[in-house]
Design a binder for this molecule. Structure first.
Ligand code: M6R
Length: 580
C-alpha cells in the first residue's frame, strides 16, 4: 500500500526467535533491499507504509514499533490526541522510547496491560486512547495471532484459505483473497491462520460476512504503463462505460439508489459534501442538480461543512462524493447529516467502505481501483454518476422533459468514445517543453467549467509542483489580472453556448497584458487569441467538464514528467486521507 504513505516502511514477523523487525526510511524499495539481506522469518507478521504525523521520516520513526521487552509489535494509522499526557505517564513509569511517534506509546501501553491475551489488552488500551486510529498488533507469546481494532480509519478483514489478513485497503489483499469485510468503528478482529473472530465495542461476537470484491489483482498493477496515474487516465473510457452500464433504466436505477421515489421527490435542497478532486466533481454536480433537476444545491467542502452548523431538515439530501469512501472529513459530514435528520446518499468507488455504510443510499462509480495519488478516473466517473443522479431526479420531479433527458443520457453514452478519442491524440510535447520551467499557471473557466479550472490547477500542482490557481473567468478583473505578465500561461476552458463569448473576452483581457493562452475548446471552433488549442469533441456544454478535464490531466502529467517528478508519489500526499 505504498500509495498510502511512502516516507518510510517496515515489517515485523513473529518467528521462533521472537519478533524480527526491519524498517527503513524512504520508499518501499529501500525496505525490500534490506529484507533481501536481513531475511526475517515467520508466517505471522505486520507491515506498514508511513505518512508522517508525529516525528520526521526516519528508520526509528517507521512502524512497526515495539514495547520495551520487544515482545509486542504495533502498527497504527491515525493520530492519538492524548499523546502528550500518555507519553509523560509512560515515561514516569520507566518506559524507554526509541522513536518520536505516538504509535510507540501503544506498544508500551500493551506491555503494561498484557496478561496472556493480546486481544484483551488491546481492548483495554483502546479505552485509554483519544483520537482516530486503527491499530494492528502481534505478540511473540501468541505466535499465530494478529489483532486489529478500528476507531476511525479503515480496517478490512481478508478471508483466505488457511491464511487470513488485515489491511487498510483492498488492493493489498487482492493477490490473496477477494472475500473482504470492512470493520465498523469499535470493532476488533483476531486473525489466525484457521479463523477470524470479530467482536464489537462491547465484546459481543459479530458474524463474519465478507463481500466478494470484483476487482482483479491485475487491475491493481501498473501493467505496461510507466505509472499508475497514466494507466488510470487511459482506463477512463472503460470506467465510464462500466459506470453507465445498466443504469439507464429509471426503475432499476431507483432500486439501486436505495432511497424511495417518494423521498427523492420530497427533497427541497441538496448539499454535496466532498474533499479535493471529489469536491470539484461536486461543484459540477451542484450546477447539474439545479439546471437538470431544478433542486437548489450547494457543494461544500466536507472539512468545513462538519464544523459549520449546517441547516438540515428531513427534506435535505446530503450527497457525499468520495473515491475511497474513507475520507475522514467526508465521513464526519455524513454522520452529522444523519444526526440532523437529513437523508444521505454517497457516490463512491469502493464497495462496502465506510461512507456508503454510513449513508442511507449509495451509487457506486465502477472505476476499479485508483492507486495513483492524483485522482483521474475517479473524477470522470463521479461526474458520470452525478449526471445520472441529476437526470433521474429531474425526470422524477417532472422538471426534465423526456427529450432533454434522452439527449443528456445519449451524450453520456457517447462520452467514453469521446474520451477515447481525446486520448488517442498525441500529447503536445512541444507545448510542455516550452513551459516546463514556468513557475505559475492560471486556469480559468465559467459555470460548470469553473470546476474544470480548479481541477486542472490541482492536477498540475500536485504532481508537478508548479504553482497553479483555478479561477472563475468573471473574477479575473476582481484581482487575479494583477498576476498577468508577459508569457504567463493561462489555461482557458471554453464550452459552447452563451458563455463562450464571455470566455473570449477574458482571453482578450489576458492577451492585452501579454499572457500565453492555452485553450481547451471544441474541435474546429475558432478561439481568437489562443496560442495553443487542446481540442475536445463538441458535446453539450453542460457535459463538457467530463471531456475538458482529460487534456488537462495529460498536460499536468507531461509537465510533471518533463520536470522529472515522481508522479505516483507526489511529495507530502497520500491517496486516501483517513485522518482529519
Ligand atoms: O477518496 P476521496 O475521493 O474522498 O478523496 C478526497 C481527496 O483526498 C482526493 O480527491 C484528492 O484531492 C485527490 N486524490 C487529488 O488528486
Amino acid at each position: 500500500l505504498e500509495y498510502r504513505g511512502y516516507d518510510s516502511a517496515g515489517i515485523a514477523t513473529v518467528s521462533t526467535r521472537g519478533l524480527e523487525l526491519v524498517k527503513r526510511q524512504g520508499k518501499l524499495e529501500r525496505l525490500e533491499r534490506a529484507l533481501r539481506v536481513e531475511r526475517p522469518s515467520g508466517t505471522t507478521g505486520l507491515g506498514h507504509t508511513r505518512w508522517a504525523t508525529h516525528g520526521v521520516p526516519s528508520d526509528a520513526n517507521a512502524h512497526p514499533h515495539l514495547d520495551c521487552r520487544r515482545r509486542i509489535a504495533v502498527v497504527h494509522n491515525g493520530i492519538l490526541e492524548n499523546f502528550t499526557e500518555l507519553k509523560a505517564r509512560l515515561g514516569r513509569q520507566g518506559h524507554r522510547f526509541r522513536s518520536q511517534t505516538d504509535t510507540e506509546l501503544i506498544a508500551h501501553l500493551l506491555e503494561e496491560r498484557y496478561r496472556g491475551s493480546l486481544a484483551a489488552s488491546l481492548r483495554q488500551v483502546s479505552r485509554l486512547l483519544r483520537g482516530q486510529y486503527v491499530i494492528v498488533a502481534a505478540c511473540a507469546d501468541e505466535p499465530d495471532l494478529v489483532v486489529g481494532i478500528r476507531q476511525g480509519p479503515p480496517l478490512l478483514v481478508g478471508a483466505g484459505k488457511g491464511e487470513n489478513f488485515l489491511s487498510s485497503d483492498i488492493p493489498a489483499l487482492l493477490p490473496s483473497t477477494r472475500r473482504i469485510q470492512d470493520l465498523d468503528d469499535g470493532m476488533m478482529a483476531e486473525i489466525r491462520p484457521d479463523g477470524i473472530r470479530i467482536t464489537d465495542a462491547r465484546g459481543r461476537r459479530v458474524p463474519l460476512k465478507p463481500q466478494e470484491i470484483t476487482w482483479s489483482a491485475a487491475q491493481a498493477q501498473k501493467g505496461d504503463f510507466e505509472t499508475f496515474m497514466l494507466k488510470e487516465i487511459h482506463e477512463q473510457p472503460e470506467a465510464l462505460e462500466n459506470t453507465l452500464t445498466g443504469r439507464l433504466d429509471p426503475a432499476a436505477f431507483a432500486r439501486e439508489l436505495g432511497l424511495t421515489s417518494g423521498r427523492l421527490k420530497a427533497f427541497d435542497r441538496v448539499h454535496f459534501v466532498a474533499c479535493g478532486t471529489a469536491w470539484h466533481a461536486a461543484l459540477v454536480g451542484r450546477h447539474w442538480m439545479e439546471t437538470v433537476a431544478g433542486v437548489p444545491a450547494t457543494a461544500e467542502i466536507a472539512s468545513e461543512f462538519r464544523y459549520a452548523d449546517p441547516i438540515l431538515t428531513k427534506r435535505s439530501l446530503v450527497v457525499a462524493v468520495t473515491q475511497s469512501g474513507e475520507t475522514a472529513d467526508t465521513l464526519a459530514a455524513v454522520r452529522l447529516a444523519r444526526e440532523r435528520g437529513a437523508a444521505t446518499l454517497s457516490i463512491c468507488n469502493v464497495v462496502g467502505s465506510s461512507i456508503p455504510r454510513a449513508s442511507d443510499g449509495v451509487l457506486y462509480t465502477r472505476a476499479g481501483p485508483e492507486i495513483g495519488v492524483a485522482s483521474t478516473k475517479a473524477y470522470t466517473t463521479q461526474l458520470m454518476a452525478l449526471m445520472l443522479l441529476g437526470t433521474h431526479l429531474g425526470r422524477l420531479r417532472g422538471r426534465l422533459p423526456a427529450s432533454r433527458a434522452r439527449h443528456l443520457l445519449g451524450q453520456l453514452r457517447k462520452s467514453s468514445e469521446w474520451v477515447r478519442r481525446i486520448l488517442s491524440r498525441p500529447t503536445d510535447r512541444a507545448l510542455v517543453a516550452g513551459l516546463k520551467r514556468t513557475r505559475n499557471v492560471l486556469f480559468i473557466g465559467r459555470h460548470v467549467n469553473g470546476a474544470t479550472a480548479l481541477e486542472g490547477a490541482l492536477k498540475l500542482k500536485e504532481i508537478s509542483y508548479v504553482h497553479a490557481e483555478g479561477y472563475l473567468g468573471g473574477e479575473l478583473k476582481h484581482g487575479p489580472l494583477a498576476m498577468i505578465e508577459k508569457g504567463l500561461p493561462v489555461v482557458a476552458v471554453l464550452q459552447d453556448g452563451p458563455l463562450f463569448a464571455k470566455m473570449l473576452s477574458h482571453i482578450q483581457q489576458v492577451k492585452a497584458r501579454g499572457g500565453f493562452i492555452i485553450a481547451v475548446a471544441s474541435a474546429g471552433v475558432r478561439v481568437p487569441g489562443a496560442d495553443r488549442i487542446l481540442p475536445i469533441p463538441a458535446a453539450d456544454p453542460l457535459l463538457s467538464p467530463l471531456l475538458a478535464i482529460v487534456p488537462l490531466q495529460r498536460f499536468a502529467y507531461e509537465m510533471a514528467r518533463a520536470r522529472s517528478r515522481d508522479i505516483d508519489h507526489p511529495r507530502n500526499l497520500a491517496t486516501s486521507v483517513t485522518v482529519e
